[in-house]
Design a protein around this ligand. Structure first.
Ligand code: SAH
Length: 336
């Protein structure tokens, strides 16, 4: 709940409005019970405990990369489902990659998260808990958030918007919108709806191919909209928010990594100021797609840059701990 919602509830109980602020600040610090809210009268803590639940996640598994300190948490949700969160440590701060749904129904051909379909949406408080608990468990101050874990955030937009208001609130976790990225497979209505809120977050679009033929093979969502409609939506998003779009491009051997694909991408994106993030596909055994050679990735990046499109090759973190989207939950589902 937001402070103003708590204020309304509390007023109906005859409580002064500053109590709402106190409770909200405690929740923003990640307390797990009303008993810990030491500046509230004991009787009130008991009263609130009888009326409200505080969402809390349990650590099912925690893996720490020996290579780069990346940590991955698998959480048990209140109803027994599980999702994962990744903590990445960078020079500019600590970033958490959070899940937005239990599973995913988008069906991308390379992705582990979607194999079992979507089970349910995450609530705003579960997403907030991913951020707060990761910080607590890892002893890390969280400064950045990416919505790039399990699930399609624009397929759960109302809860995601509520989560953003909570995590951005100055009396809560107070994480600035410019430190938040949201990644989508390209749901057009969702992009337009998000644009209407005019948030200063970064929108990442999982492009993965410049043309309909290749993209429809990799991403079923493309059969519904097509890349022309997607590029148009990105233009509208930029016009409305002034925020440049960043495109994700996972490189799959012989599928989307040829010079022809680079040329098509340049034709599309040259002069738009868009940024392309190249990453070698993370191999997912169930999916049968092969990562491009490192040399191919470097050449592709150089071709884009020389063709006038900003491109960077994403550093791989946590490759020894199944850190890619959905891999840990998937592993847990396979365990007897
Ligand atoms: N549903 C959203 C956000 C979650 S996926 C989206 O599609 O953007 C986060 C990113 O990981 C997306 O760019 C997705 O395409 C990418 N991804 C999924 N599986 C991958 C894999 N095996 N290798 C590389 N990137 C992958």
């Amino acid at each position: 709940m937001l402070p103003e919602e708590l204020t309304v509830d509390f007023a109906a109980m005859g409580l002064p409005s500053y109590r709402a602020g106190q409770v909200f600040r405690w929740l923003g610090r990640g307390v797990r019970s009303f008993g810990e809210m030491s500046d509230l009268p004991k009787a009130l803590r008991g009263q609130l405990d009888a009326l409200y639940d505080i969402t809390s996640l349990e650590v099912l598994r925690r893996q720490v990369s020996k290579l780069d300190g990346t940590e991955k948490f698998l959480w048990r949700l209140p109803d027994g489902e599980s999702v994962e969160t990744v903590l990445m440590r960078y020079k500019h701060g600590n970033s958490v990659c959070i899940s937005s749904q239990v599973g995913c129904r988008m069906g991308c051909a390379f992705c582990a998260s979607t194999i079992g379909g979507k089970v349910r949406d995450l609530t705003a408080s579960e997403m907030l808990e991913e951020v707060l608990r990761t910080g607590q468990e890892a002893g890390a101050d969280i400064s950045h958030i990416v919505l790039m874990g399990i699930g399609e955030p624009l397929d759960n937009l109302d809860n995601v918007l509520r989560f953003l208001r909570l995590v951005n609130h100055p009396d809560g976790a107070n994480i600035g919108m410019r430190h938040i990225s949201l990644s989508t497979c390209g749901l057009i209505e969702g992009i337009d709806k998000l644009a209407s809120h005019n948030l200063q977050l970064t929108l990442s679009v999982s492009l993965h191919a410049p043309d309909d033929e290749t993209r429809s093979k990799l991403m079923p969502v493309n059969r519904a909209y097509g890349v022309d409609a997607l590029y148009d939506a990105c233009e509208r998003y930029f016009a409305k928010t002034g925020r440049r779009i960043s495109f994700e491009y996972a490189m799959v051997r012989d599928v989307n990594d040829t010079p022809r694909h680079a040329a098509m991408l340049i034709r599309r994106l040259k002069g738009t100021g868009a940024h392309v993030n190249l990453i070698r596909l993370n191999y997912v055994s169930e999916r049968g797609l092969i990562p491009s050679e490192e040399e191919t990735v470097r050449t592709f990046a150089r071709t884009l840059t020389e063709g006038g499109v900003n491109a960077t090759v994403r550093r791989r973190l946590g490759s020894d701990i199944d850190a890619a989207c959905g891999q840990l939950r998937r592993g847990e589902m396979r365990r007897p």
